[in-house]
Design a protein around this ligand. Structure first.
Ligand code: ZN
Length: 81
């Protein structure tokens, strides 16, 4: 079962790994860039996913991790402008 990413309200941290749901919970209030970095760290450091610098994030099995639209690059660009 692959890791998925869910946006969550009222999270004490930017992002946390939830082993029960096989998901990484991301605080909706966190800046998207920080959230992406945190998600990447959790995937690579805590979960042993392949390093994907600059590329799409990957699950520990190598499959691409689907990002919620809040974290997609096009949304970030829109937000910055
Ligand atoms: Zn997987």
């Amino acid at each position: 079962m692959c890791i998925h990413i869910v946006m969550t309200d009222d999270l004490a941290r930017i992002a946390i790994w939830d082993p029960d749901e096989v998901s990484i919970r991301v605080a909706r209030s966190a800046p998207a860039r920080d959230a992406l970095q945190e998600v990447r760290d959790i995937l690579m450091i805590d979960l042993g996913a392949p390093v994907s610098r600059g590329g799409p994030m990957r699950c520990f099995c190598g499959m691409r991790v689907e990002l919620p639209y809040e974290l997609l690059p096009c949304f970030l660009t829109a937000e910055a402008g």
